[in-house]
Design a protein around this ligand. Structure first.
Ligand code: HEC
Ligand code: HEC
Length: 363
């Protein structure tokens, strides 16, 4: 990340390597485009006509995404908290650690299928994908830098004016171009090639086992109200009965510390009482690799998540009706149902997104 010259070198080597990669993964014709809409997906929300995704724009966005130059001291890149092999989440971190090893208060969400998202963050605090990086860069506990200063630093490098020229036809570096390039990279992170997708599209490799099919059916009944559709979220804000205002141990610099969590969720944005402790329904695509779970990363396994929905929910006064039986919070799942749901959730893992070298840092 700090190695500007090194990266320059490999960038040129990287070109040759890409041809090789293309041959290895034998892409379908659509893979040549940085972005395309999968046939079984809804219409994108992002205004794609205002930010046409090109190969050069995507590559610039990718270089920026993996470059620590975006942070105050050069150490924290976007890719630090959003790691490809874990669907661009912060693996093994309940809440994110940013600059100077400071602790955030939320779990880093996956970056996938961003073109379909209406609002961003656990509470919907950001409306436009183009503005998300500003929040990360200027957050004192994430990257602690100023957008203007990032642009100044980029102008002084050898490689960025050339990369901006390739993407936009001129060496000029502006905040709009910078933000739109980051969006181009993130928009290209489509997850639509899991076993489940092959099943839906009736493709080779898409035959579900008896347990997976049973799991899918239970999932649709019990979880589908909120985690429904091809995106596995209805993009609403809901309360799923987590114990709130909790104190728990977290690891800071390798040491255990006690931290209080009292995140009021959607209420932070709207200040409406009925929004207290509601959080964005997250997509469950790639859920097998994005632990830990929930806005504060409190659960480390899917078994814990299923136990929560089955018998450990707290009626905090705001629990969603879809999670109640006869007015009582909790779905009362049998062990067999829990197991089958998890078996089904494993069919949502998309190795294309997690392993495709075109989404990795180019070394
Ligand atoms: C220190 C860790 C950290 C760094 C560095 C970081 N992020 Fe994040 N990111 C998070 C966390 C935590 C959230 C959730 C914030 C919230 O909900 O309040 C998030 C949320 C997001 C989201 C919204 C996802 C969604 O589904 O709502 C996107 C997109 C994103 N980050 C992109 C970026 C980009 C681009 C950068 C670099 C400019 C970046 N992040 C840097 C931790 C980080
Ligand atoms: C009433 C809507 C609703 C229903 C029904 C529901 N969920 Fe959720 N789910 C949510 C919300 C909201 C969150 C985020 C809560 C938070 O982080 O505070 C969530 C979070 C999750 C997470 C963690 C995701 C992550 O990225 O951290 C998993 C896994 C999950 N749900 C699985 C399920 C399963 C399996 C079912 C069915 C047994 C189910 N959910 C039913 C609303 C719902």
């Amino acid at each position: 990340m700090k190695k500007v010259f090194f990266t320059l070198l490999v960038l040129s080597v990287g070109c040759g390597k890409k041809i090789e990669d293309d041959q290895v993964i034998a892409p379908k014709p659509t893979d040549k485009q940085p972005f395309s809409v999968p046939a079984h997906f809804p219409k994108p929300e992002y205004a794609l006509d205002k930010n046409k995704i090109t190969q050069a724009g995507f590559e610039l966005g990718r270089t920026l995404f993996y470059d620590g130059i975006l942070s105050r001291d050069g150490t924290i890149a976007c890719g630090e908290c959003h790691r490809q092999e874990y669907a661009f989440t912060h693996h093994q971190h309940d809440v994110s650690h940013g600059i100077d090893n400071q602790l955030g208060e939320r779990n880093a969400p996956a970056i996938q299928n961003m073109a379909w998202k209406k609002e961003f963050f656990w509470d919907g605090g950001v409306h436009d994908l183009d503005l998300v990086p500003v929040a990360a860069i200027e957050s004192p506990i994430e990257m602690d830098e100023k957008l203007g200063n990032v642009l100044e630093k980029l102008k002084k490098t050898e490689k960025y004016p050339a990369l901006f020229e390739k993407a936009y036809g001129s060496k000029e570096i502006t905040s709009a171009k910078f933000l739109k390039a980051l969006s181009q990279f993130m928009l290209a992170l489509t997850s639509s090639n899991a076993k489940y997708d092959k099943y839906i599209r009736n493709e080779a490799g898409g035959t579900l086992t008896a347990d997976e099919t049973a799991g899918l059916n239970i999932f649709q009944q019990k979880c589908g109200t909120c985690h429904g559709g091809e995106l596995f979220t209805d993009q609403t804000y809901r309360n799923n009965g987590l114990k709130l205002d909790v104190t728990r141990q977290v690891v800071v610099n390798g040491k255990l510390e006690i931290k209080r969590f009292d995140d009021k969720g959607r209420y932070r944005i709207t200040q409406i009482d009925s929004d207290l402790y509601k959080f964005k329904v997250p997509s469950l695509r790639n859920i097998a690799v994005t632990r830990p779970y929930m806005h504060d990363g409190r659960f480390w396994t899917l078994e814990e998540v299923l136990n929560h929905y089955s018998e450990n929910m707290i009626d905090n006064g705001y629990v969603d009706n879809a999670l109640k039986i006869n007015g009582k919070a909790g779905l009362k799942l049998t062990d067999d149902e829990k197991r089958k749901i998890i078996v089904f959730l494993n069919t949502l893992t998309d190795r294309n997104l997690l392993l495709d070298p075109k989404f990795s840092e180019q070394r």
